[in-house]
Structure formats: structure tokens, C-alpha cells
Design a protein around this ligand. Structure first.
Ligand SMILES: NC(=O)c1ccc[n+]([C@@H]2O[C@H](COP(=O)([O-])OP(=O)(O)OC[C@H]3O[C@@H](n4cnc5c(N)ncnc54)[C@H](OP(=O)(O)O)[C@@H]3O)[C@@H](O)[C@H]2O)c1
Length: 498
């Protein structure tokens, strides 16, 4: 399935959705005036009412539009007193959720008491309450006995912790939730692959009712950041990293400051770094800040991708405008592009993919080797650098590359181009040999590298995944052997795409 959304299908479409976002709530809470009306909701997971009151203020100061009071996280809870305190003392609009065990929450008590607490929250002035689809009929009969205040919006939610169903099944689910009397539909599914998110975007774009649609897990991160592009009602942002109410939630700080969430709209171009693992990459910090500085309408994301071909096929619209590519996809990505720069072809790996904005075709190139080799040359020249010198300080040097993957190929190619004598050492010797034969160098097994010391002044470039999280203290060669080198370069520590 492809995600060929065009701009006119995006959040800006005139699809007649009443209250696609909540202007009244945004007015009450939002500090940041942005391009979109999608709200940021901070879930409060404290175990005491006092701490929740403190966290409410923190959420407001960090730019939240509303808070979700997760009553099921409270250890001591006196409903008649505490709900009133939480409603009355909150300076932001409130969403009350009392999630039971059977829907992934912490409450394991009596169902009638739980629904009674939600009704109480509604009557005491909550702006939203969340009721699970499974019990909405019971809850509706509760309401029939009393009155539903017009101010309070009913979110009817469904959580799927196993997978993300087909578009057809998701459509039926949304229709059921809508028919149950929801003011706002909430669906949360689980991403087994990043391509799953496309189905949820499709549902969001076409929803006739306000919708909160999230895909949980790191592979679903995109759903949480791009929801303003597709017209989502709100997204969740945690107060602190690690204190999340669902897997894959970013912090409110990252939403607002790193991803410029307030500025994301239907015509925002999407970029990102494709990798696995990828969360360590600093590339989003670099690009999003650059976009902000020059006023470019784009957002750059971490994209945890398992199958690069499937990813590129799924997100094929011109709105998905370009990607950086890292471990382990640099070689596979080359085969997925319509046109590849000749140097990248010789290297056999790409790290930069650009989509043509008119025909959607993908062009790929390799900037790794320029960035890495320039950094090494600069370091070798140091303070003795004489402007205008055309001879590379790498010329004639013995240049040892550890690793024969995408980055290894780029470094080996670049060093050879600069006149260095290249030696490749790799865990899998055959790959080292293949690369050495391609660039015109020698191959070594990783085991032989420790005793390899034919001369002084050698240069070492580590392009293996060793030293990436969590192996930050490991080295691919012994510390003793490192002394033989005049310069050691580590690809792990340079931001992706240099
Ligand atoms: N800063 C940047 O812009 C930049 C750019 C490119 C890459 N990098 C970094 O460079 C590293 C490699 O990326 P890549 O795209 O080249 O990945 P890749 O294509 O998957 O290659 C990984 C390399 O690491 C080796 N390796 C994996 N586990 C190992 C272990 N336990 N011991 C020894 N060697 C091991 C592999 O050896 P086998 O062939 O034997 O499997 C292979 O040579 C990553 O840390 C990446 O973040 C940074």
C-alpha cells in the first residue's frame, strides 16, 4: 500500500469535520501560536494528587494545550475530593482517563465504580473524558440517568497492543466509535513496521469526525509528530523522557522545540533519517534547527525502518521529500532509487536520497565520503594548514578502514581517491576482501589487526557499529594497537550526513 497523499487530501481539506481541533481549548491553554490547530496533550502519570498538581503547572509552562489526568496512576485516590481538586486547580483544560487493566491501564477494581468516577469528572467540569469503546454502552446508560454537560467532550477510545489492522478494518472501527456517540474518536494501534503508520494517516485524513490516531512504539513515532499534517485532533507529549503513558511517546519539549510541531501543516515537507537503530542520530537536531533558521516548511524525523524498499514504496508521495540513510540500509537503498550518482554507484552505498518534486523519482548520492575525508584531512593539516594547497595530506599514507558496510565503502573509496594506500579489516573477512579488490587495496581479518603495525603515521577509520549505544566502551581493536596510529577517526561520533 502506498501513502500517496496529496496536499489537498491533507489536514487542510474542507472535509466538514466539525471541531477538527478545539479552538476553545487551544485558546485556553496554548502558549505557542502556530500554523495548525492540533493540540498537544501531556499525560500526567504521577502517583499522588499533589505531584499531579505540580506536573500540571510544568505542563503549562512547557507549552501544553491540555493535560490528561491518568487517574489509574494514583496510588491513594479519594474520588469525591481528588477529582474536584484536580479539575478546579488545573490552569489548563483537562482530559480525565481512568484506564483499566484490560485496556492497558493500571486500574483493576470494580467497573461501575470506575465509570462513576468518570461521570463525576464530567459533572465537576472536566473538558474531556476518555471512555473505552468496550464499555461505552454501559457508560451511555450512566449518562442517561444524569446530564452530559455540553462543555465536556466524550472521547471514545480503542487500543490495539498487537498490531495495526487494515485500512478497511480501521475504517469500520472508526465508524463503530462514531456510532457510539463519540465527540472525538481515539484509536491507538501498534506499529510492527513503519509502513503501518501510513494506514493510520489514511484514516485520519478521511475521518469525518475529530480523530486522535496514534501508532504506538518507536516505529510509530511519525504518527505522533505528523498528525497536524493529516488533521489529527491532538497528540500526546510526555513531561519527561521515560515517563510515557504509551510506548513511543516523544516529550513535549521535543515536539515543540526539536520538531517545531506548531509549524507543521498540510503542506509541510517530510524528511528523515532511515536506519535501524536510529534513535541515537543527531541528524534531526541539525536539520530541524536549520529549517527553522531559514524558514523552510519542513520537518526531519527519526525513521526506524526494517525494510527500506517497502518504506520508500509506501511513502511515495512528493511530500516525503528526502531521506538520509544509515546503518544498515546504505547498500540496500541504492537499489531502490531511480537514479544514482556515479560516485555513489562506485562506492556501492548511498546516504542521501532526494525525491524529485515533480515526478516523485528518487535520486541518491553519497556525501559520507566527502564529509568524512574532509574531516580527516582537516585534522591532519591542523594548525599548519596552508590555504590553497591542493595536495591531500592523505596522499601516500596507510589508511586502515575497519568495517566493509556502507560507511566503510565510502571511507575506503574516499581515501583511495586522495592517494592513500588502503587496507580494509572486517569481521567478515570475505567482505573486506571484496571491498579491497574493488577499491584497489589489501584486506585483513579483524583478528590480525591487533598485530598490524607495518609503519608509523598510519590512519585508522572505524566504520563498524561498535561504539554505538549500548557498546560505547568497546573498541574494535585493542587500546594497545591504537597507539600505532597517528589519527583515529570514528564514524559513530560524527552526526549523520556530516
Ligand atoms: N556520521 C555519519 O554520518 C555516519 C555515516 C555513516 C555511518 N556512520 C556510522 O558508521 C557505522 C556503520 O554504519 P554502516 O551504515 O556502514 O553500517 P553497515 O553497512 O551495517 O555496516 C556495519 C559494519 O559493522 C561491522 N560490524 C557489525 N557488528 C560488528 C561487531 N560486533 N564487531 C565488528 N564489526 C561489526 C559489520 O561487519 P560485517 O560485514 O562482518 O557484518 C560491517 O562492516 C554506524 O555506527 C553508523 O552510525 C556514521
Amino acid at each position: 500500500m502506498t501513502c500517496g497523499f496529496s496536499v489537498s487530501q491533507g489536514a487542510g481539506c474542507d472535509c466538514g469535520r466539525s471541531g477538527r481541533a478545539a479552538p476553545e481549548a487551544a485558546k485556553m491553554g496554548s502558549e505557542g501560536i502556530g500554523k495548525n490547530s492540533t493540540l498537544i496533550c501531556v499525560p500526567l502519570m504521577a502517583d499522588s494528587v499533589d505531584q499531579m498538581l505540580v506536573d500540571m503547572n510544568k505542563a503549562k509552562s512547557r507549552g501544553a494545550d491540555l493535560v490528561e489526568v491518568r487517574l489509574d496512576s494514583l496510588k491513594r485516590f479519594n474520588p469525591s475530593q481528588d477529582v474536584e481538586t484536580l479539575v478546579k486547580r488545573c490552569r489548563l483544560p483537562t482530559l480525565f482517563t481512568y484506564r483499566p487493566n484490560w485496556e492497558g491501564g493500571l486500574y483493576d477494581g470494580d467497573e461501575n465504580s470506575r465509570l462513576d468516577v468518570l461521570r463525576l469528572a464530567m459533572e465537576l467540569g472536566a473538558d474531556y473524558i476518555d471512555v473505552e469503546l468496550q464499555v461505552i454502552h454501559e457508560f451511555n446508560s450512566f449518562i442517561m440517568q444524569g446530564k452530559k454537560p455540553a462543555k465536556c467532550k466524550l472521547i471514545v477510545s480503542s487500543h490495539n497492543y498487537q498490531n495495526t489492522p487494515s485500512v478497511e478494518d480501521l475504517g469500520k472501527l472508526v465508524a463503530r466509535i462514531q456510532a457510539a456517540g463519540a465527540d472525538i474518536v481515539k484509536i491507538a494501534t501498534t506499529a510492527l513496521d513503519i509502513a503501518d503508520v501510513a494506514r493510520v494517516f489514511q484514516i485520519t485524513v478521511h475521518s469525518q469526525v475529530p480523530i486522535i490516531a496514534m501508532v504506538m512504539g518507536e516505529r510509530g513515532l511519525m504518527s505522533r509528530i505528523l498528525c497536524p499534517k493529516f488533521g489529527g485532533y491532538l497528540t500526546f507529549g510526555s513531561l519527561e523522557s521515560g515517563t510515557v503513558s504509551a510506548p513511543g511517546q516523544p516529550t513535549i519539549e521535543d515536539l515543540v522545540n526539536l520538531y517545531n510541531f506548531r509549524q507543521i501543516g498540510p503542506d509541510t515537507k517530510v524528511f528523515g533519517i532511515i536506519g535501524k537503530p536510529v534513535s541515537h542520530s543527531k541528524a534531526p537536531m541539525l536539520y530541524n534547527e536549520a529549517f527553522k533558521q531559514v524558514g523552510f516548511n519542513g520537518v526531519y524525523l527519526h525513521l526506524l525502518v526494517d525494510d527500506v524498499a517497502n518504506f520508500l514504496q509506501t511513502y511515495s508521495s512528493t511530500d516525503f521529500a528526502g531521506f538520509s540513510c544509515t546503518i544498515p540500509h546504505k547498500e540496500a537503498a541504492l537499489k531502490c532509487c531511480d537514479e544514482v550518482d556515479p560516485i555513489a554507484k562506485s562506492i556501492g552505498a548511498v546516504n542521501c536520497i532526494i525525491r524529485n518534486s515533480s515526478d516523485g523519482k528518487l535520486f541518491a548520492c553519497n556525501t559520507d565520503y566527502v564529509g568524512a575525508i574532509t574531516a580527516i584531512e582537516d585534522a591532519l593539516r591542523g594548525s599548519h594548514h596552508v590555504n590553497g594547497s591542493t595536495v591531500s595530506p592523505l596522499a601516500g599514507k596507510l589508511f586502515v578502514v575497519i568495517g566493509a558496510g556502507g560507511a566503510g565503502k565510502a571511507l575506503a573509496y574516499g581515501a583511495k581517491e586522495k592517494g592513500a594506500r588502503v587496507v580494509i579489516a572486517n569481521c567478515t573477512y570475505d567482505r573486506a576482501k571484496e571491498l579491497a579488490d574493488t577499491v584497489g587495496g589489501d584486506a585483513l581479518s579483524l583478528a590480525d589487526l591487533n598485530s598490524f603495525h607495518p609503519e608509523n603515521g598510519m590512519i585508522l577509520a572505524n566504520t563498524t557499529s561498535i561504539r554505538m549505544q549500548p557498546k560505547v566502551d568497546e573498541t574494535p581493536v585493542s587500546k594497545e594497537a591504537l597507539r600505532s596510529y597517528s589519527l583515529v577517526f570514528d564514524a559513530v561520533y560524527i552526526p549523520q550526513n556530516y
